[in-house]
Design a binder for this molecule. Sequence first.
Ligand SMILES: C[S@@+](CC[C@H](N)C(=O)[O-])C[C@H]1O[C@@H](n2cnc3c(N)ncnc32)[C@H](O)[C@@H]1O
Length: 257
Amino acid sequence: MTNENFKNKIICGDCLEVMRGFEASCVDLVVTSPPYNLKNSTGNGMKDGRGGKWANAALQNGYEGYDDAMPYEDYCAWQRDCLNEMIRLLKDDGAIFYNHKWRVQNGLLQDRHEILEGFPVRQIIIWKRSGGINFNAGYFLPTYEVIYMIAKPKFKLADKANRIGDVWEIKQESKNPHPAPYPEELTDRIISSTNAKIILDPFAGSGTTGVSAKKFGREYILIEKSKEYCKMIEARLEGSEWNARETGEENSQYSLW
Ligand SMILES: C[S@@+](CC[C@H](N)C(=O)[O-])C[C@H]1O[C@@H](n2cnc3c(N)ncnc32)[C@H](O)[C@@H]1O
């Protein structure tokens, strides 16, 4: 399948299956945040110090249609398969901005090397979010995530973007009803720091990557498994309110894979 059919489109389906249907070397940039497998945790993940779960944690129930709780080995193997596909789709001057979270599991740092080993990680950016509410008296409030810049050899940043440091203080998004959205400022910064023309987000969620791509006059390909979130993206890219479209599936413009 040529990517021409999917430029500036939302594709509703499993990203691995969809990406496997694309021709090689068809995108300049991938900006993505996969599910973190947060429900599979030995301790501090989604639990609170009172023995229960975070009552108000948006991700308490995972995503719509996806519970985010795979055995860790399966999760890593799946993410490696996804990254291999992203690398195949990337032109030889392209890069992937892959957002993830470090955590401590069984007393050791889980820095996601099981996922990233062998991929050309060039730099790790720290995304420092603002605070929140911490119900757990045993832990300081977690306020950072990481963004792996995985770059093909010819990748270069846009003019002057190398002046930006590698710690980004950007407030998390609070109005978006998706349980784990990017703040627009984050995707704006990534996209405007590159000269990419075609940008892929295989875990598109509420479509923030598409919103920023559009803002900077770039083209996007968005893949998202949940029909509900696909409708949310459609409405958002059309400039409507957050609510998913009221229209039925037959009236939706996203492509079913
Ligand atoms: C962390 S969220 C992405 C949020 C996004 N960055 C935003 O700004 O809204 C991960 C998304 O991946 C989706 N997802 C999970 N498994 C998927 C799969 N196999 N294929 C495509 N999307 C999937 C989930 O439904 C969820 O919306």
